[in-house]
Design a protein around this ligand. Sequence first.
Ligand SMILES: [Zn+2]
Ligand SMILES: [Zn+2]
Length: 385
Amino acid sequence: MLRIWMLSILLLGASGLQAQEIRVGIFHRLDMRSISISANEGSYEVIGDTTSLGMLETVNIKWKSNGVSVTTNGVVHVYDTLLLIKQNESASVKLKGTSPTTKQHFYEDNFELTSSPKGLRIVNRVSMNNYLSGVIESEGGGGRHLEYYKVQALMSRTYAIKNTHRHKKDGYNVCDGTHCQAYHNKLRYTPKIRTAVEQTEGMVLVGQNNKLVTSYFSANCGGQTCDASYVWNTSVPYLEPFIDTFCIHTRQATWTKAIDKYTWRNYLRDQFGITEDIYGDDIYNFQCNDRTAFYIHPSLGVPMRDLRTKFRLKSAYFNTRLEAGKVILEGRGFGHGVGLCQEGAMEMAKLGYDYTQIALFYFHNVKILDSRRNSFFQQAGIGLE
Ligand SMILES: [Zn+2]
Ligand SMILES: [Zn+2]
C-alpha cells in the first residue's frame, strides 16, 4: 500500500510538472486473453498489486476472471492490478497480443493491466504529448507541412479533452480505435509531428462560453464545406457552410462514377416512390452548384447523404446526367465535408498560413485558448484518478 501511495505521489508530481496524462484503452475492440510485453527502450519496473516483481524483460500476462496472471520462476501469481512503471524519461514497450494474436505495437510511458468481464483491460497511461504524437501519425501519415501538423495537434487535443469521459465505464478516457482517435503506436517515423505537438502544447479550440468545439474534419470538402445538419440533422454554430477555394485543385477534389440507369431508377422508385412515369428523365439530371441536403428538390425527399450511402459515393456533393444508359455522377470532394478540410488545410500550410489562421478559416466564431490556463481543463479530469 505504501509503495502504491509513494508511486502515486511520484506520478502526480511528474504529471503536475510536465504534460497531463491520459488513459488510453489499448485493443479495446478485442477481448484479449493474453499479451506479451517487453521493454523496448529504457527500463520498467513491474508491480503486482503492492509487490515489486523486478525489472521488465518479457512478461506474459493472461486474463483471469478474478485478475491478471503472471508467471515468475515457474510460479503463477494472480494480481488485481499489474503496473509497468517506466524508470527513464523516454522509455517504451513492445506489446503484442498472443490470444488473439496481433501485430507488435510500441508505446511510451506507463501501463496498467486489470481484468474486465470480457478480457484484459490494457491501459496506456501516457503523457498527452506522446499520445497526440501517436494519434497524428496513426491517422495522418508523413510528408506534411509543420503548420498542418499543428492544426492536427490542435484538433486532436481538443477532441481528447472534450471526450475525456467517453470511456468512463471502461476505466479509461479514450480508446485506441477510430471510435475515438486511431492510436496504434508511439510516434516512430515523423519527428516533425512531435515538434507540432510541442509547439501547440495545451492549445485547444473553443466556441461560445469557452466550450470545446467538436473537431469535425474530412479529406476534401469539394470547394464548399457542408452544413452539419445535412449529415447529422443538427446544426453546429461554428460550422456554417462556406466556399473553400484551397482544396479545389488537390488530389481528391473531384470524382466520377457511372451507375446503371435501372439501378438508379429502381432505387428512387422503391425507396422514395419517384417514378419515371411522372418525372421522366428529370430523375437522372441534376446540377448541384451549391451543396444541398436533397437531390433535385427538397419536395422529392431524397437526401443526398442517402444516395451517398447507397451507392458508396465519395461525397454527397455531385451532379448527375444520363449518358448511354448510365447515370454519370460528377462529384466534388471526399468525405462528409463538415469542419476542417484536410486537403485545403494542407494547401494553406504550403502557402504559408500558420495553424491559427488555418483553424480559424475552417471554424468560425471560435478562439484558440491555452487549456492549461483555464479551469475547464482541470474540470475535464484527465489524469490519475
Ligand atoms: Zn472510443
Ligand atoms: Zn475544402
